[in-house]
Design a protein around this ligand. Sequence first.
Ligand code: ZN
Length: 256
Amino acid sequence: MGILLSCLMLSIPMAGCTSDIQEIFGESWGVPGGLALACLRDDTYRELIIEIDHAPGYNPESSTVSLLKERLGQVCDKPDGIRVELNELDFSESNTWTAEKVREIAHETMDDDPQTSVLRWHVIMPEGKYSDESVLGVAVDASTIALFGDAIDDANGNFNFRISDEEVENSVMVHEFGHLLGLVNLVYTSPADHEDSQHPGHSNNEDSVMYWAIETFTIDAWFSGDLPTEFDQDDLNDLEGMKSGELSTSDQLWRP
Ligand SMILES: [Zn+2]
């Protein structure tokens, strides 16, 4: 008699974006947004470590790292600081990635658990592309992100040569962390009407880094000006509401 592991898998269809929600019985890495309160508040986790594991030659731009720290520092209460740990790593997978593969390999390569005395979020930057090649980045659970450098390089300059690889990487990185913070409407319901009806989990404001076209291959077809790298006022209000408890949050792995 085998024990049937119950596996609940819900896929939110998102054009160009995959924020699959998965919970495997007995081992819960949560859903994107599941550690939002742990980041926003300082009750238990006074420090945030961002572990970035990259394949050789796939290291993030220094502007991406500093921008990410700045944006998270604006919204997350971390009196002991936000620290980035960079590691070079050979990933066993270098070809086609799926959400499941990202979870499996990211969990294996993570240096410590997400929730110890500090909060740890993990980014992998491997070779290869996502199975849907239009995807530049994914948030696959409460603490795990992948950025696909090969896709980011290709996305640049299809339509608009003014936008550099570096700028695309800047925006996609902040965008994926926005998903870890629960944006938009992943673990709460915003009082503002700013979720794009065609692209669940994303903003309808092209001035927000959570705009749906960030992280898609056609990114530079959608912007005549600079790519957004900031959360807009609706995003910030949502985060503030979650933090204060004014907005109720679901699926949290930690609560005050
Ligand atoms: Zn997205």
